[in-house]
Design a protein around this ligand. Structure first.
Ligand SMILES: NC(=O)c1ccc[n+]([C@@H]2O[C@H](COP(=O)([O-])OP(=O)(O)OC[C@H]3O[C@@H](n4cnc5c(N)ncnc54)[C@H](OP(=O)(O)O)[C@@H]3O)[C@@H](O)[C@H]2O)c1
Length: 280
């Protein structure tokens, strides 16, 4: 049986060619996407390219914990082990949209859903042996877009500043990657976070969360999604990275997280927020 990769956000943007690349690498794919219809073109391409691998969609709404838990259970029904988990789905919007559990969509989809999936799928990741988790981060978490990590406001930002809630959610995701890595290493699971760079996707071309001046420059300055895929693929499997875990990458280089997130108390508060949600 082929190794299994679980991917979120495979229905558009960077996630589509990323899924195709994993199929080319020989992984069977379980795609946690919102709509079967939206995934149909990708499935057709994958099956045309690699008819020997299995690719299935498990309908999942990452805004809803119940849906995430159902998806993890469905993965367990179909696969005894998961070699790769890519938490690639992401949200960037100016609106405050709340999940059924009352979380802003940035925190829910960009931070909490990856954390829940990592933990729910951990037994399957452990069963695969030397498995990998890749969380798609964003350099938007760097200055000037984001100030200090506001743990108390992650779930419900007081203001929807441009890129603010997005940057906070991605900064939290990168810290979480560093924090969980030593424990996941006990099960030989490597955890990494990587920014794919600036890519022309639905989020950047059409989304309402981009600063308008930057959006005008997307056709000129942003790369096609295939560039982001190559960057993420390197973060997942680059030979130069060996077995390094808990790292954050930008432009294919390991980069230290901002000094502002070194405070152990801040990290402890973040991890207890995450744990409380995982237990809820
Ligand atoms: N593009 C860039 O320049 C850039 C830069 C840095 C980081 N990133 C990150 O790269 C990742 C991919 O983004 P993209 O640029 O490819 O954007 P995109 O084309 O908008 O793709 C976003 C993906 O997330 C999925 N998603 C959003 N909410 C979901 C939900 N509630 N349940 C299930 N799936 C959901 C979308 O599914 P639907 O098709 O159902 O909407 C879509 O597949 C994101 O994590 C993003 O933050 C992108």
């Amino acid at each position: 049986m082929a190794k299994v990769a679980v991917v979120t956000g495979g229905s558009s943007g960077i996630g589509q060619p990323l899924s195709l690349m994993l199929a080319r690498d020989g992984y069977d794919l379980l795609l946690l996407n919102r709509g079967a219809a939206r995934s149909a073109p990708l499935l057709k391409t994958i099956r045309g390219t690699r008819p020997d691998i299995r690719a299935d969609v498990i309908e999942t709404d990452l805004m809803d914990h119940a849906s995430i838990r159902r998806a993890a259970a469905a993965v367990a029904e179909r696969a005894p082990a998961v070699a790769v988990l890519v938490n690639n789905a992401g949200v960037l919007t100016r609106q405050q949209r709340l999940s059924p559990q009352g979380h802003d969509s940035h925190f829910q989809v960009n931070t909490l859903a990856p954390y829940l999936l990592m933990n729910l799928l951990r037994p399957l990741l452990a069963a695969a042996g030397r498995s990998r988790v890749l969380n798609t981060g964003s350099s938007a978490m760097s200055e000037p877009f984001v100030g200090p990590l506001k743990v108390d406001e992650l779930s419900r930002p007081r203001r929807m500043d441009i890129l603010g809630a997005y940057a906070q959610s991605k900064l939290a995701l990168a810290v979480i990657g560093e924090e969980v890595a030593p424990d996941f290493a006990r099960d030989e699971i490597i955890v990494r976070t990587a920014c794919p760079g600036a890519n022309r996707t639905t989020m950047t071309r059409e989304g309402d969360g981009m600063p308008w001046i930057l959006q005008a420059l997307v056709p000129l300055l942003f790369a096609p999604p295939e560039k982001g895929v190559a960057t993420l693929h390197h973060a997942l499997a680059g030979a130069d990275l060996g077995e390094r875990t808990g790292i954050y990458l930008e432009k294919r280089k390991v980069k230290a997280l901002p000094a502002k997130v070194r405070d152990p108390d801040l990290r402890a508060r973040l991890m207890s927020l995450m744990q409380a949600q995982a237990d809820a």
